[in-house]
Write a new protein. Structure first.
Length: 304
């Protein structure tokens, strides 16, 4: 099983188009040692030819340009993307579907019911796509039952609901329902597992069990501190209140990752442009390194 990070930044990307924070200004000028990143998405394949796209970011066209494995090579119209799975209905994970509209056949799409509702109602991307390629939609069991994505051989998927947040245009933004967000396990034929959760708002026993059985965890790296956006004057909302557990402090992600079994590979992903861990020379980044925690970057790839 091969996994590749297409985009490792949170919504907005890094640098964000209108942001002049220390990181964004610093990566533009070169004053901060950091790498630009596109918005949140990964791909997974069992054979290196046919891939599942997990989340469709608005940067998908640039991501495909940077990823030869996804480019057409078997005919006049072709793609390495055999199917798409959406883990939530947020803008950064779904609007890339528009960019895939030139398909000749309906796009095979896996998403949970609340996400399907949001993307046919509050943000009716899937309705709009009916005027182009359309989608062939499949549901996702949320009880960790393994399922396959047609055409992606050698990978099994399973999902559990997560405490995080639905998109602002969802009727359950303030009262989450199961399926608004999910944690996804990717399982190789060898039985080795990756647990992927780019939007993870709170620690709970079930998610912990999924993380403990995984060989690699790729989890929410959005914010270092809960009040990161508030302190910078960019928002009135804390990280936790928008469904992202911060890394630092009591009960934070770093403490959680420290508690996982030795040998677990730990990777933070979906990193917001304000997060000091993007600066490779920052004390916060050094703390992660000391704890054996990696920071995903676009193009990062591994095989299990
Ligand atoms: C989130 O993860 O909270 C969203 O991506 C935010 C956004 O897309 O603006
Ligand atoms: Mn997001
Ligand atoms: Zn910024």
């Amino acid at each position: 099983m091969q996994v590749r990070v297409l985009g490792s930044a949170a919504g907005g990307g890094f640098p964000q188009w209108n942001c002049n924070c220390r990181n964004c200004a610093g990566v533009r000028s070169g004053a901060v040692k950091a790498t630009a990143r596109t918005q949140s998405s990964i791909i997974v394949s069992g054979n290196g030819i046919d891939w599942a796209l997990i989340n469709a970011s608005p940067d998908i066209l640039a991501q495909i340009r940077a990823t030869p494995a996804l480019q057409p090579n078997r005919g006049t119209r072709d793609t390495g993307i055999a199917g798409v799975l959406l883990m939530d209905g947020q803008v950064d994970h779904s609007t890339g579907l528009y960019m895939l509209r030139e398909r000749g056949r309906p796009l095979p799409l896996w998403c949970a019911d609340p996400v399907y509702e949001d993307l046919t109602q509050g943000n009716p991307i899937l309705k709009v796509l009916e005027h182009y390629c359309g989608v062939e939609r499949h549901g996702i069991p949320l009880d960790d039952t393994p399922f396959a994505i047609d055409g992606v051989e050698g990978v099994r998927f399973s999902a559990i609901p997560l405490a995080s947040k639905a998109a602002p245009y969802s009727p359950h933004r303030e009262q989450s329902v199961d399926g608004d967000n999910m944690g996804l396990t990717l399982m190789a034929e060898s039985g080795r597992r990756v647990f992927y959760a780019p939007g993870l708002g709170a620690r709970d026993g079930r998610v912990d069990a999924m993380m403990r059985r995984a060989d690699v965890v790729m989890v929410d790296g959005t914010f270092w501190t809960d009040d990161e956006m508030v302190a910078l004057g960019f928002s009135k909302k804390t990280g936790r209140s928008i469904g992202h557990l911060p890394q630092s402090g009591p009960g934070g992600m770093l403490e959680w990752l420290d508690s996982l079994p030795p040998g677990t590979r730990k990777i933070l992903i979906h990193i917001n442009n304000t997060n000091p861990i993007l600066d490779e020379d920052s004390p916060q980044r050094h703390v992660l390194t000391a704890h054996g925690v990696e920071v995903a970057v676009d193009g990062m790839a591994f095989e299990l």
